[in-house]
Design a protein around this ligand. Structure first.
Ligand SMILES: *[C@@H]1O[C@H](CO)[C@@H](O)[C@H](O)[C@H]1NC(C)=O
Ligand SMILES: *[C@@H]1O[C@H](CO)[C@@H](O)[C@H](O)[C@H]1NC(C)=O
Ligand SMILES: *[C@@H]1O[C@H](CO)[C@@H](O)[C@H](O)[C@H]1NC(C)=O
Ligand SMILES: *[C@@H]1O[C@H](CO)[C@@H](O)[C@H](O)[C@H]1NC(C)=O
Ligand SMILES: *[C@@H]1O[C@H](CO)[C@@H](O)[C@H](O)[C@H]1NC(C)=O
Ligand SMILES: *[C@@H]1O[C@H](CO)[C@@H](O)[C@H](O)[C@H]1NC(C)=O
Length: 682
């Protein structure tokens, strides 16, 4: 059969591509077939072959025969099963002598599962081919849709079916076009005529079937709705010039349908993922032998564990294999999640973040999209790969010392929490160790770790838990947490611990209050003044100044002040600053000069000067040479050794320093420099 050969050739060509298609089969031989009218079902019935009674033809053995559905002689039976049994027997309908209703006969094939139908070939037996009829398809056996209309004439296509006839041999313009043709309804041959209906070949996407064509050709049920028997009357003139009255009335009243064979060519629907579909002995259905890691009756899904990418049908150009999820060998199955794919959070088996496989039921205490992480309460030690068997170890966090039973799970987690490592439990205050199963430094008494009593501020002990506590010089008490009488302000930075009381010589007894200690770093309010703060210039904050930085344009400053001027601290730095004793004042200086300036490096002479209670103290002048933009930072500690009396230049004692600190009225930084008129100082 030319049509069949062409279809088979085309489909076998497909096998050379990356996708797979099973071979074409005759699906009718395995089908259930039924009809609602069969010759002789109500008792013996006479029929006469038309071919033996056409006028003008030589009469050979003209005779009529009998059909009887219930006859003991199988040759008198013509059941519908004859149309698919592969023998020469045929199905025959009751003749219209029994009533005009026998023009309307329906034959239904149930292929018993959904197939891709490529063609339907019908062979007539001892009568002409049907005249008007419709070939229909259905997936569910309830809703049928037409595949093709057949009519006695092109006019009938329009009048019966309201479809513009396709003239000549059938052609198709669209993948799902339903045409009406009179090509296969002609009277001749009077017997053994054939009807070839191709559903794939000749359609636009036949070579690489489109989704629409696949849908159009999918069917489980095929129905032939025969609606008009082909009779002689209209075509008489083509056969004979004789008078119609010459026709044998025995015949003309006994027209009937007769079909010897119905073959349905098609293949299993395996969506391009199987090259064969053998019969399953248990289900008696054809079962795709899925490849490309696909599963399901028609390879219509990915197999368990192969959901890294979404399932897609194999097309001629792309195999579209299902890809294994990377569960580090800890899970059997996974599912595809598009949003995980979009977020690039699922790792494929090549270690790339492509696809959206999410592992299901990770084993061996693992969890995560790829079973790459240990479950809560477990950790994967340094250098253990997540691919290893049993990579997760219990945290075993100590129930007394730990905040939870969860520890740092792996290196990835320890990298995001500095100072931790895999397996580290989260310790309560006073506990330490990987499992928090011992006391932290400064605590003792596991399992009830208590803070040791030796004060780290007031003792010289390196470990507050070693006893006895050895107190700093001016400290006392069992735990070294009290100032000796006559001392106050216990500070860790003070090597003596406490500072001697300073009561302007009136008393030597004092108590430690809680001394407010804070840091000032705001530059707001600083001025540039002369020594007595009689004249002042407001410094600027230029675009080059940092947040804690002010600047002054020397050209501007010298207009108001003389060559020596001072950076003068505001209110916040003044008043009672006794707590600044042994504290630090930090500052930095720099300058810049215009590009074209001929000035070279500047020599600075720096002095910190402060006064209060009628005394002026200052540091010893420090000289330094600075490049433009270079920054010099200085830190001055408020201890007597760092200061001299400004006027006499004599060393001072603690009492003098305290006296001034008790009521600071001026805090000045003097920056003397050689001539650089155009400089801006910071
Ligand atoms: C066969 O069934 C079809 C559709 O149900 C109906 O139209 C037709 O009349 C039936 N024919 C006979 C002879 O019962
Ligand atoms: C897919 O993952 C997202 C998180 O990225 C989650 O919110 C969503 O529930 C998941 N969808 C399914 C079907 O599991
Ligand atoms: C995963 O676990 C759930 C609940 O325990 C269970 O219902 C499901 O069948 C399991 N899935 C697999 C693939 O083992
Ligand atoms: C700290 O002192 C208290 C009371 O003086 C005492 O009960 C406690 O045991 C001491 N702590 C340690 C760790 O010695
Ligand atoms: C400093 O002030 C002088 C005079 O006002 C001006 O010419 C000069 O450009 C200023 N320098 C800078 C760096 O702003
Ligand atoms: C601090 O000195 C200023 C100026 O000499 C004076 O007005 C003020 O009363 C003094 N404060 C105290 C608390 O002595």
């Amino acid at each position: 059969i030319p049509g069949l050969v062409a279809v088979i050739l085309k489909l076998s060509l497909l096998l050379h591509y990356s996708s797979l298609f099973p071979a074409i089969l005759n699906l009718a031989s395995n089908a259930h077939i039924s009809t609602n009218a069969t010759c002789g079902e109500k008792g013996p019935e006479m029929f006469c072959k038309l071919v033996e009674h056409v006028p003008g033809r030589p009469l050979r053995n003209a005779q009529c025969r009998v059909c009887d559905r219930h006859s003991a002689n199988p040759r008198e039976q013509h059941p519908i099963s004859s149309a698919i049994d592969g023998t020469n027997n045929w199905w025959q309908s009751p003749s219209i002598q029994n009533g005009r209703q026998y023009h309307w006969v329906t034959i239904t094939l149930d292929l018993r599962q959904v197939f891709q139908v490529a063609y339907v070939i019908i062979k007539a037996a001892n009568a002409p081919r049907p005249g008007n009829w419709i070939l229909e398809r259905s997936i569910d056996g309830t809703e049928f849709r037409p595949w093709q209309y057949y009519a006695i004439s092109d006019t009938e296509c329009l009048t019966r079916y309201n479809i513009t006839p396709r003239i000549g041999p059938p052609t198709y313009k669209r993948d799902d076009e339903v045409i009406c043709t009179s090509y296969y309804s002609r009277l001749v041959p009077l017997e053994h005529g054939e009807i070839h209906t191709s559903l794939i070949n000749g359609r636009p996407s036949a070579d690489d079937p489109s989704q629409k064509l696949l849908e159009f050709t999918s069917a489980r049920y095929i129905r032939l709705r025969l609606q008009r028997i082909r009779t002689l009357n209209a075509d008489l003139m083509t056969l004979s010039h004789n008078d119609p009255k010459e026709l044998d009335p025995i015949v003309t009243r006994r027209y009937y349908y007769s079909i010897k064979d119905i073959s349905v060519g098609g293949m299993c629907i395996c969506y391009g993922h199987a090259r064969s579909c053998p019969l399953d002995e248990i289900t008696k259905k054809l079962q795709c032998q899925c490849e490309h890691n696909t599963c399901g009756e028609s390879c219509n899904k990915c197999c368990p564990g192969y959901h890294q990418k979404p399932w897609r049908p194999g097309t001629l150009s792309a195999g579209n294999k299902c890809e294994k999820c990377n569960c580090h060998n800890k899970a059997e199955d996974c599912y595809y999640n598009q949003s995980i794919a979009d977020q690039k959070r699922s790792m494929d088996i090549h270690g790339q973040y492509i696809g959206g496989g999410v592992c299901l039921n990770c084993t061996q205490h693992t969890t995560g999209i790829n079973c790459e992480m240990c479950a809560d309460g477990y950790f994967r030690p340094h250098k253990v790969s997540p691919y290893e068997d049993h990579p997760c170890y219990p945290c075993d966090c100590d129930p007394f010392g730990s905040l939870s039973s969860v520890c740092v799970k792996d290196e990835h987690h320890s990298n995001s929490q500095p100072g931790t490592w895999p397996g580290q439990c989260q310790c309560r205050e006073g506990y330490a160790g990987e499992k928090c199963d011992r006391c932290a430094f400064g605590y003792r008494g596991y399992p009830n770790c208590l803070r040791c009593n030796c004060s780290l501020v007031g003792s010289v002990n390196e470990d507050p838990c070693t006893e006895p506590c050895l107190c700093k010089e001016n400290v006392e008490g069992e735990n070294c947490d009290l100032c000796k009488p006559g001392f106050y302000n216990l500070q860790e930075r003070n090597p003596q611990g406490c500072t001697e009381c300073f009561c302007f010589g009136v008393s030597d007894v004092c108590d430690s209050l809680t001394w407010p200690i804070s840091q000032i770093s705001d530059m707001t309010g600083w001025l540039v003044t002369d020594l007595h703060k009689a004249r002042s210039v407001q410094p600027q904050r230029s675009q080059f100044d940092g947040p804690h930085q002010i600047s002054i344009n020397n050209t501007e400053a010298v207009k108001v002040l003389k060559n020596t001027y001072y950076w003068s601290a505001p209110e916040a730095y003044l008043g009672n600053k006794l707590t600044a004793f042994s504290g630090d004042l930090k500052y930095s200086v720099s300058y810049d000069i215009p590009m074209e300036s001929l000035d070279s490096d500047i020599m600075f002479s720096l002095v910190l000067q402060f006064q209060g209670n009628g005394q002026i103290l200052s540091t010893r002048a420090a000289g330094l040479s600075l490049q433009p933009y270079e920054e010099y930072s200085n830190s001055v500690r408020f201890v007597p050794e760092n200061f001299i009396e400004f006027n006499t230049r004599k060393a001072i004692d603690r009492e003098m320093l305290m006296t001034v600190l008790a009521n600071v009225t001026h805090l000045l930084i003097r920056a003397n420099y050689n001539i650089a008129k155009n400089a801006v100082y910071r």
